[in-house]
Write a protein that binds this ligand. Structure first.
Ligand code: SF4
Length: 76
C-alpha cells in the first residue's frame, strides 16, 4: 500500500498528548522540547517534523490529525 506524507508544525505544538496517545506507532513526544515528532522509523530524511505513514497506520494518523486542538498535523 502507498505511503502518505505527514508533517507536523512542531513549534506550534502545545503538547496536549492527543496524537501520541491516539497513534503511538507514528507520533511520540520529543524528550528535549516536549513537542510532538514522528517516530524515527517513519521519518523522512531524519527530520522529526516529517514522515510517511504506511497504509495500515493511515486511519489512526488521520484520527490524530483531526483531534489535534491546534490543527498542526498535515496529512497527504
Ligand atoms: S495533538 Fe497537536 S498539539 Fe497535541 S501533542 Fe499532538 S501535535 Fe501537539
Amino acid at each position: 500500500m502507498a505511503k502518505t506524507k505527514v508533517s507536523i508544525d512542531r513549534e506550534e505544538c502545545i503538547s496536549c498528548e492527543s496524537c501520541w496517545t491516539i497513534c503511538p506507532d507514528f507520533f511520540e513526544q520529543n524528550t528535549v522540547d516536549n513537542w510532538s515528532e514522528v517516530v524515527e522509523k517513519h521519518r523522512t530524511g531524519g527530520n522529526p517534523a516529517e514522515g510517511e505513514a504506511p497504509g495500515e497506520l493511515l486511519d489512526k494518523v488521520q484520527e490524530a490529525a483531526d483531534a489535534c486542538p491546534v490543527q498542526i498535523i498535515h496529512v497527504g
